[in-house]
Design a protein around this ligand. Structure first.
Ligand code: ZN
Length: 183
């Protein structure tokens, strides 16, 4: 089990977790809290110095996130029907590439619902692709990535190398698009 410890350095409160990592990693979470992972053997004083040295960067990231959270709060989420129409349109555009692997060779049923822990899901049994309503507020490039991702699950139910190869064949820049969905 990894051990976590709350610390403060350079005016920055952070949670330090020791892991089998090579470098000290610093991350500002969506809520503004700071998480640091450090190799087991590195001195805590060195980790503190690292965090203190990045204090300016942490403050800038927090301001950026705050701005983003405010912008999101001010932009109402499109309605379920609007998002559904958008996702159907996108899925119809990509369907021809996947017709051979879709159940029955038919266009899947498209559903949109409130999902907070994932952006989409794929049911092989019912031939349904399901998307999170909040995807409607994301850039088109990110929406396309989720559509391709879920379509690829018809042929590859897991996230193995063959799955990612299939995604990459259609969207060579999928890694960049995927990042757009990260908080
Ligand atoms: Zn997946």
């Amino acid at each position: 089990m990894n051990q976590s410890e709350d610390r403060c350095a350079g005016g920055i409160q952070y949670t330090l977790t020791r892991r089998k990592v090579r470098n000290i990693n610093l991350r500002v979470r969506g809520d503004g809290s700071v998480a640091v992972s450090a190799p087991l053997r590195v001195d805590t004083a060195r980790v503190d110095a690292f965090v203190a040295g990045h204090a300016g960067w942490v403050q800038r990231s927090r301001r950026l996130m705050l701005g983003r959270a405010e912008a999101e709060a001010n932009t109402p989420l499109p309605s379920l029907a609007e998002v559904q129409a958008r996702m159907i349109q996108l899925c119809q555009r990509y369907f021809p590439l996947f017709a051979a692997t879709c159940p029955g060779g038919r266009m899947p049923r498209i559903r949109v619902k409130e999902m907070h822990t994932r952006w989409g899901s794929c049911s092989l049994r019912t031939g349904t692709l399901c998307f999170a309503r909040r995807l409607g507020a994301m850039p088109a490039e990110a929406q396309e990535y989720v559509v391709v991702h879920e379509f690829c699950h018809f042929a590859h139910p897991n996230h193995g190398p063959a799955f990612w190869a299939a995604v990459g064949e259609i969207l060579p820049d999928y890694a960049r698009r995927r990042k757009l969905l990260q908080p």
